[in-house]
Ligand binder design. Structure first.
Ligand SMILES: Cc1cc2nc3c(=O)[nH]c(=O)nc-3n(C[C@H](O)[C@H](O)[C@H](O)COP(=O)(O)O)c2cc1C
Length: 407
């Protein structure tokens, strides 16, 4: 029979939690998020459904996005044991500039919709982390305001070209004057993808008032209070507004752009030129021949052509074709630091993330973005340690393989 006794206080004390006391509910929920996916769960509760879906969703049946994530699930790491991994160094260079890890915060349009702290907060976190941040043409902060808000951050400017080429050139000039270090031309958006969640939600820019909106105000009062008591939401460099994002893109973007147009862009911008949205070896070669310094193997997070190729599966052939002449980055479906390490081991110089930091932003503004960054970094360090690799430069394809899709 078990003999029982009354415990002494000294025996109970170790069971009492002695972590930091967090009074702010935002900090409590951010600290409780153990993964970026947890931040997504918090985000879903805190913003209106149409906003969450605008971020979380992809084009048509969302197969591209699912396949991108599944590809990371098929990664198999090949670790070496009995290595000294007490100190792991994630630092690298991106476009010749030092970066604390092979990560870039991707351009995302209309970021102040997700949280009123918007692009400046994302750029400040990138600066504190020591990684680049790319401001979108469809941003809610101008290049000048972003430069003032995050002067220390390595700032890239993402360009969409629209019918008025002179307006595009003017933006390039403004980005240069505001100290942006790289120009990213997004090449996969001649027309808008069909984001069906936005269609079903009746999502417009700016959001319109309907019965559904009024109900939503009751469900997400904090988000609406912020929206209604701060500057109205609008594009910063772009006077067009109204209708869905797809309406806007189709009305204004130029579907006639070809590789030949890269020549004048190359002339207009004397810094590094990155072409985002490359999916084939042929296109990678063509844009590098036309003067690109880097490319992003990307299907726009599955938001453009549904059932397009899966970036992680395209990475190695593209690196083999142009990796000696240009830096090759990748994005789409990256939600953990282990994903980042896998992509780098497969040949990417750096990895862009969009939703990962947007989930953080929706969950808790700048602090949420910082939490997302902290999780990605911690996971990347741990993955390197468990792989037995000390430096990013030592990651190569002997460390990783892609398992075949399960039947
Ligand atoms: C809400 C949202 C808005 C985006 N807006 C832009 C944009 O304005 N310009 C652009 O080049 N890419 C844009 N993207 C694509 C991202 O730059 C990036 O390619 C994509 O998010 C990567 O996939 P991930 O979200 O799974 O990390 C956007 C993505 C999201 C989720």
């Amino acid at each position: 029979m078990t003999r029982r006794r009354i415990p002494r206080w000294s025996e109970l004390r170790p069971y009492l939690r002695s972590g930091p006391v967090r009074l702010s509910p935002v900090e409590r929920r951010l600290a409780a998020a153990a993964t970026v996916w947890d931040l997504r769960t918090v985000a879903r509760r805190h913003v209106p459904r149409a906003v969450f879906d605008y971020v979380d969703g992809a084009a048509e049946t969302e197969i591209s996005l699912r396949r991108s994530r599944d590809a990371y699930a098929r990664v198999e790491f090949i670790p070496s044991v009995l290595r000294d991994v007490s100190a792991v160094d994630l630092s690298t260079t991106i476009l010749g500039r030092p970066a604390s890890m092979p990560l870039v915060f991707a351009p995302t349009g209309f970021t102040r919709l997700m949280h009123q702290e918007g692009e400046p907060s994302v750029a400040r976190v990138a600066g504190r982390m020591g990684i680049p941040y790319a401001l979108s043409t469809l941003g809610t902060t101008s290049p000048e305001d972003l430069a003032a808000a995050a002067p220390q951050t390595d700032r890239w400017f993402q360009l969409y070209l629209w019918n008025d080429r002179d307006a595009g050139l003017e933006l390039v000039r403004r980005a240069r004057a505001a100290g942006f270090t790289a120009l990213v031309l997004t090449a996969d958006t001649p027309v808008a993808g069909a984001r069906l969640r936005d269609v079903h939600n009746g999502f417009t820019i700016p959001p319109t008032l309907s019965v559904r909106t009024l109900i939503d105000i009751g469900l997400h009062p904090g988000w609406w209070f912020d929206k209604l008591t701060t500057e109205p939401l609008r594009f910063a460099v772009f006077s067009e507004t109204g209708g869905t994002v797809a309406d806007l893109i189709n009305r204004v973007f130029d579907p006639t752009i070809t590789v030949a147009d890269l020549a004048w862009l190359r002339d207009a911008w004397d810094g590094p030129l990155v072409i985002k949205g490359i999916q084939t070896v042929e296109d990678a070669r063509a844009v590098v021949d036309a003067g690109a310094d880097a490319i992003v193997v990307s299907n726009h997070g599955g938001r453009q052509l549904d059932r397009s190729s899966t970036p992680l599966e395209q990475l190695q052939p593209v690196v083999a074709a142009v990796g000696d002449r240009a830096e090759v980055y990748i994005d789409g479906g990256v939600l953990s630091g282990a994903d980042v390490i896998a992509a780098v081991a497969m040949g990417a110089r750096a990895v862009l993330v969009g939703r990962a930091y947007l989930y953080g932003l929706m969950a808790g503004g700048e602090r949420g973005v910082a939490r997302a960054g902290e999780l990605l970094r911690t996971e990347a360090v741990r993955t390197m340690q468990l792989l037995g690799v000390q430096e990013v430069g030592d990651l190569d394809n002997s460390r990783v393989r892609l398992r075949p899709p399960e039947a």
